[in-house]
Design a protein around this ligand. Sequence first.
Ligand code: PHE
Length: 357
Amino acid sequence: MAPSEAVTEIVVGEFASLSGATASFGQSSHKGTAMAVDEINAAGGVLGKKMRLVSEDDQSKPGEAATVVRKLISRERIVALLGEVASSRSLEAAPICQQAGIPMISPASTNPKVTEVGDFVFRVCFIDPFQGTVLSKFALSKNWKRVAILTDVKQDYSVGLSQFFKAHLSVNGGTVVSEQSYSSGDKDFKAQLTAIKGTTPDVILASGYYTESGLIALQARELQIAAPLIGGDGWDSPSLVEVGGKAVEGSFFSNHFSVEDPAPAIQTFLKKFNDKYHEQPDAMAALGYDSAMILADAIKRAGTTEGPKLRDALAATKDFSAVTGKITLNPQRNADKSAVMLEVRNGQFKYVETVAP
Ligand code: PHE
C-alpha cells in the first residue's frame, strides 16, 4: 500500500461465511455491513477518511475463521474486525483479536462465551441466557410444559441455548422429557424424533440453525408428530420456510427484530436494503449494519483508530440508535436489548410479542 493511501483510509476487516453450509448467514451479514460502510463513506467517512471494508470468507468451516482473521490482521492491518454470525466461529476469532489488541464486534453471536474472551471483544446483540429464558417463558405461557430438546452438539450456540432454556424451564414448572442431539450437516433426524415421539412432548425445542431445523420439522411431521416446534434466532432465514414448507407453519422462534415493526429506524432500513439488494433483510443483515455503524461512531468519539483508545470508546457506547434498537454496551460488552417472538404463518415470520430484558 502506498503511504498516501495509508492516511486516507481506515481499513476495517470482516469475516463471514460467504460460502459453505451457512452461506446465507455470511451473505446476509455482509450485505448489511457493506451497506453501512457505503453510507458512512457517502456521508464523508470518519475522521476525514474513507472506511474500506476488507471481507474474508471462512466458508462456514471450523478452523477457517482463525486462518482468515490472522490474515486480515497481519496482511491488511485492519483497525477493527466485524463478524461473525455463528458463535463457534466468533469464538475462534476472539482470542486472536484480543491478543492483537484489535477490537472485534460480533453482530449476531449470542453465546455468552464470545465476549468473555476479553475486553477487546464486543457484540451488538443480546446473549443466550436471556434468549433461553425468553423461549422458556414463551413455552410456559402457552402451557407447553413437557418439552423435548434437540441440540446441534457441533455448535456452541445450540449447546448453550438448550442449556439456558432448560435451566429456566426446569425451575419454573416445566420438564424436559427428552434430550436429543445431532451434528451440523446431518440430514436424517428420524432416530432422534422417534425417541422424542415416545415421550409425547407438548413442544420441541430445535435450538440449532435453520439449515437443519427445516428438515427436523419436515421429518417430525412425517413421523406424525403434531407438537409445535420452537427455536432461537438461528432459525431466521427464508430457507427455513423453503426447506420446511408446511411443516414449519405454526412454529415460533425468538429473534432480534421484526420486519413488521413500524419503528422508523426499521422501516427506513428495510426500504434502503430492498432498494439496494431487492430482497428483505433478516436479523443478520440488520445486525451487520448496526455493527459497522457502532464502529464508525466509536472511531469518531475516539478521534483515532488506535486499538486501546478505540476499545475504550466502544466500551462507552451508550444509547446508540441502531436499527435493532437502542444499543448500550454493558460492562460485559454485550447489548441489553429486547427480543421478539415470531410465528411462522403462511410462509412468513409474523410478529407475536416483544420481550424486554
Ligand atoms: N445467534 C447465532 C449464534 O450465536 C447466530 C445467528 C444470529 C443466526 C441471528 C441467525 C440469526 O450462533
